[in-house]
Design a protein around this ligand. Sequence first.
Ligand SMILES: Cc1cc2nc3c(=O)[nH]c(=O)nc-3n(C[C@H](O)[C@H](O)[C@H](O)COP(=O)(O)OP(=O)(O)OC[C@H]3O[C@@H](n4cnc5c(N)ncnc54)[C@H](O)[C@@H]3O)c2cc1C
Length: 491
Amino acid sequence: MKKVIIIGAGLAGSYLATQLPQNYDITIITKASAQDSNSMLAQGGIAASLDPGDNPASHEADTLAAGQHRNKVAAVDQLVHEGPKLIQTLIKQGMPFDHQANGALDFGLEGAHSHHRILHAKGDRTGLALTTFVQSQIEHVHWQENTTAVELLVKNGTCYGVRVRHDPTGTFKTLTADAVVLATGGLGNLFPLTTNDATITGDGIAIAARAGAKMADMAFMQFHPTLLSLHGKCFGLISEAVRGAGAILVDENNTPIMAAVPKKDLAPRDVVARHLTWWRAAGHQTFLDISAIPDFPKRFPGITANLDRHHVPFRTTNRIPIQPGAHFMMGGVQADLAAQTSIKRLFAIGEVACNGVHGANRLASNSLLDCLVSAEEATKVIAALEPAVTPALPQDPTTIVPPKLPSLADLRQAAWHNLGVERTKAQLHDFHTWLAQFNYRDLVPTQLSPKDFTIANLCLCAELIDTAALKEPKSIGAHYIKEVAHESTAS
Ligand SMILES: Cc1cc2nc3c(=O)[nH]c(=O)nc-3n(C[C@H](O)[C@H](O)[C@H](O)COP(=O)(O)OP(=O)(O)OC[C@H]3O[C@@H](n4cnc5c(N)ncnc54)[C@H](O)[C@@H]3O)c2cc1C
């Protein structure tokens, strides 16, 4: 019986579990509960050219324009053609996407899309609805919740399994398999202001990097323009769909911030995030003015509940205080169109992977679609694998290596300052030097506390972003170097 280990219970990992043949021995390992993931938090929706007036070519053109044509065209092609088919199947299986009063599917609009093509569910709770629906279709899977993958077991360029920590007891276990699939999401928690779930700490990228896997496009971190911002802290996302529905960005004097920029409030995310950053650096406060959306609580029930939870008086002011924050990693573990990484029997799907589909900047609502498509493609290659013959695997060193690591708060502040919305070459060099004083590369994961394991992983992710950013000769998409003239991304 073929054995597959899936690491991560977001949409990518969960969908893969539904697509693999039922006679496989499938285990999903996940760090917290099956409900803890970025997928569950996704608000706006999932892009698919299913409206009669839309087509895959238009979706492809928008994806390539947002990605500054750094995308791998074949990956975009696969996304826009295969994605709609998978969504149609989900709809047939009963996935409850929102419909208009006349019964037709309700397509929303988001930044840099030239067509209304964003399917959503339960208003702004698409991720919750979709991931829960997909998880309800999973059968015959061994769930290992509260279990963290800490190390990939690789010998001669082939992955044979994974070392995991059962978090409640702190005990380690070795699991072997014919295929190991990374579905661990991105690394938003490297930054102090982020939309990401607390479990999203770059683990998959770090364990793959330690095992020698190739990385790609790590310079490209997407900062979402509109996080709910109160007293310098962020409390979740205000979806781009809110601007799609007519909200505009203003300062404390009601000056429209994006008025003079092509595509205005629906310009690509990097453009909007930078304008907000400049505006704030000039001493302004930044808000979303929602007066053009009279039925806001009905259209955005999830966001409304979050605003009410934090006592934001948006019903009287028509304003939501916002600021940019870390959202999505375009780069990650290099994978081909079938999710195969540079290590045999190791696959990467969803946000942890970089198959080139997003280029230098992800188009809104393309990531949930990529979770489905990359998982679906991986199933074909996994099915064709011969059974693995597991060799004697290397043992962990017995010599204790004491960690020398920064505090999480210091690392996050340094990452925000040096790897954030705007970068300078000098800062990137300084940050490299700062990281070099720590020994995160030499540590043995099974010797680390959960907290140190997280910090070591985030240090490694920060180094990968920094090194990749230094290698990018010019500003492009989400990677913006202040000294270098920027290619306009707002066209
Ligand atoms: C607030 C928010 C809103 C968003 N809105 C949208 C949207 O509207 N449309 C869209 O397309 N995209 C959206 N995105 C992006 C999208 O949600 C993610 O890119 C996508 O859900 C990633 O799915 P995934 O399955 O790859 O990873 P995730 O859903 O992040 O799941 C990763 C899983 O891996 C687990 N894990 C991590 N490390 C380990 C480890 N070491 N061991 C075991 N388990 C581990 C995590 O706990 C989690 O279960 C949004 C993101 C956020 C944060």
